[in-house]
Design a protein around this ligand. Structure first.
Ligand code: ADE
Ligand code: ZN
Length: 322
């Protein structure tokens, strides 16, 4: 059996970012929205750099206008994940795109997403948990609205709270209030840091937001003392190698720090982030890591074990998935 066939645990995937381009085109046609400018000639998403990626990403989300659209999206995304033999996935959902941060609207969107997830669990055996996520460049006030949405729906399906978006906007600590709200609601926390920001951004996420996991975190490698701290504290990195290479955080997979971080005792996991944007799947991530770093089944088993331990779910779910 090839390592690409192994069962997989994924902790970092944005539902909007996982929207297949053909799905986006189909919805755009139904709704008579012109988003043709965001596609390349071969039909894939086209962007120049990270800022442009965010613009294209947000343009694509315009086609997602109703809970039913998210129901269909969730089914399509989980079907793709299941085809990579992902058995457990945590998906970032942005209430900003699901009703603009209004709690009543968010409940409707979330209900549709949860229904699709329950169906896919029955049909394809994939378990999904949801992490409402603030979009950093929408600012701290909007992040509080997102945290309110998360608070109001915390439970078996909504188990965490996170933040993505443009890491160059403000500091992690500017969002501490939103993260405090989520923590008080019993939600587990993660923030994108050390993708575009340097080691200081990772330090701030740990210190000011008190997160258990970091989205990406790979630029921690620039500061050996920080790497040691992260390893000792057991902070888990949601590493997305294909994303980092496609967006230019790393020049190539061979130069990616994941293997080095792992050697130094950091708890690393592997995810896709926004798979169609990066021509990635979990199957491809595993395959590429095994080719470039020589990782074998035992290495991937260990990776999966780390991910399952760090998953934002209850122990009964963890045991059912294992
Ligand atoms: N939102 C979706 N993908 C992202 C990424 N790679 N970095 C920050 N925000 C994101
Ligand atoms: Zn991400």
């Amino acid at each position: 059996m090839s390592v690409a066939d192994l069962p997989k645990i994924e902790l970092h995937m944005h539902i909007e970012g996982a929207m297949p381009p053909a799905f986006a085109r189909g919805l755009a046609q139904e709704k008579k929205i012109d988003i043709s400018g965001i596609f390349a000639g071969d039909g894939s998403y086209r962007y120049r750099d990270f800022r442009d990626f965010l613009r294209v990403y947000e343009a694509a989300t315009q086609v997602l206008q109703t809970p039913q659209d998210y129901y269909r999206l969730t089914r399509a995304v989980l079907e793709e994940s299941a085809a990579s033999n992902v058995v457990y996935t945590e998906s970032f959902l942005a209430p900003d795109f699901c009703g603009g941060g209004d709690v009543t609207a968010w409940r409707d969107y979330l209900g549709a997403i949860e229904q699709a997830a329950a169906e896919m669990e029955r049909e394809a055996g994939i378990v999904m948990r949801a992490i409402p996520t603030a979009v950093r460049h929408f600012g701290p006030e909007q992040a509080k609205r997102t945290a309110r949405c998360a608070q109001e729906t915390a439970g078996r399906f909504v188990t965490g709270f996170g933040m993505g978006g443009d890491e160059a906007m403000g500091r992690q600590g500017d969002f501490a209030y939103a993260f405090d709200m989520a923590r008080e609601a019993g939600l587990r926390l993660t923030s994108h840091a050390g993708e575009w920001g340097g080691p200081e951004s990772v330090r701030e996420a740990i210190r000011d937001l008190r997160v258990a996991r970091i989205g990406h975190g790979v630029r921690a490698i620039e500061d050996p003392a920080l790497v040691e701290e992260i390893a000792e504290a057991g902070i888990v990195l949601e590493v997305c190698p294909g994303s980092n290479v496609a967006l230019g955080v790393c020049r190539s997979l061979a130069r990616h720090p994941i293997a080095d971080l792992r050697r130094r005792g950091v708890k690393v996991t592997v995810s896709t982030d926004d798979p169609p944007f990066f021509h990635s799947t979990m199957r491809r991530e595993f395959n590429d890591l095994s080719e470039v770093f020589g990782w074998e089944a035992g290495d991937f088993d260990a990776l999966n074990e780390t991910a399952l331990e760090a998953a934002f779910c209850d122990d009964a779910t963890r045991e059912a998935v294992a």
